[in-house]
Unconditional design. Structure first.
Length: 255
């Protein structure tokens, strides 16, 4: 991907950076000149992809961080600032998709798990990023919601609840920090071709052709297309944009 932005001298922190959209965003930040901390629960993978970026000449740091553990998140953000001296941009992306369930059958364990990663994980990430950004008086945060933050879907109540919650967190924090130099937005990807969606197709949870036909732009999105939206939201071009939930969904939520 051709870098469109110049983030030289800036520092980005990405959660769930080992795969899919997190990895695409980390690559795009690096290609645009930023130093990038790649955090993920999958240490082996994030170490491998960070090494690839390093070999390409980028300034990167691989961090083991499970977003359900606030202490690990705080430590990962602190290590980023220790290593690179500041924190300018964050993409809070780590998330999971539980198997579809009739709402009458969903277990409390499944609800708690998806909530712990997709909502509490974003809460913890944003909280500890803001500790540094409020001192700095500048920063841009993008939280990963979903088309599932804007509409419902049968069988997916818990997942969609977490993604709606991400938008609530985003809007409230954006209002709190707008006059303090920090912009906070959410991105709402549609159905994007990533390992998460590949697993849903392989598991028979999602019919790829049906999913493609469900978009106005009748194909799945790419991780790089989401990364482009994330970088724009972090860029000076979006300097007057805060508190939004930006659909990048091929028109899915236009229906
Ligand atoms: N793929 C889609 O169609 C789609 C659509 C809308 C929203 N999303 C959201 O986008 C985000 C990224 O999805 P993806 O499709 O790239 O998924 P993916 O499965 O390819 O990547 C997710 C990454 O998050 C990491 N992760 C999982 N649990 C974690 C935890 N507890 N702590 C830290 N890292 C953890 C995984 O190891 C993995 O590297 C998720 O929040 C997902 O809900 C995906």
């Amino acid at each position: 991907m051709n870098p469109t932005y110049d983030f030289t001298g800036q520092v980005a922190f990405v959660t769930g950076a080992g795969s899919g959209m997190g990895l695409a965003a980390a690559r795009a930040f690096a290609a645009s000149g930023a130093a990038v901390a790649l955090a993920d629960i999958d240490e082996a993978t994030v170490t491998r992809v960070a090494q690839q970026l390093k070999d390409e000449g980028h300034q990167v740091l691989a961090l083991l961080s499970d977003v359900t553990d606030e202490d690990q998140v705080a430590a990962a953000v602190d290590r980023t600032v220790d290593a690179f001296g500041r924190l300018d941009m964050a993409y809070n992306n780590a998330g999971i998709m539980p198997p579809p369930t009739d709402a009458a059958d969903e277990s409390a364990d499944q609800f708690d798990r998806v909530n712990a990663v997709n909502l509490r994980g974003i809460w913890a990430s944003m909280k500890h990023e803001l500790r540094h950004m409020r001192t700095q008086g500048s920063g841009a945060i993008v939280n990963c919601s979903s088309l599932g933050g804007l509409v419902g879907n049968p069988g997916r109540a818990a997942y969609h609840a977490t993604k709606h919650g991400v938008i609530g967190l985003t809007k409230s924090a954006a209002l709190e920090y707008g006059s303090r130099g920090v912009r906070i937005n959410a991105v709402c990807p549609g159905t994007i071709s990533t390992p998460m969606v590949d697993a849903m197709v392989e598991g028979g949870e999602l019919d790829r052709q049906q999913a493609e036909a469900g978009q106005a732009i009748d194909r799945l999105g790419t991780a790089e297309e989401i990364a482009q939206a994330v970088l724009w939201l972090c860029s000076p071009g979006a300097g007057y944009v805060t508190g939004i939930a930006l659909p990048v969904d091929g028109g899915y939520t236009a229906r």
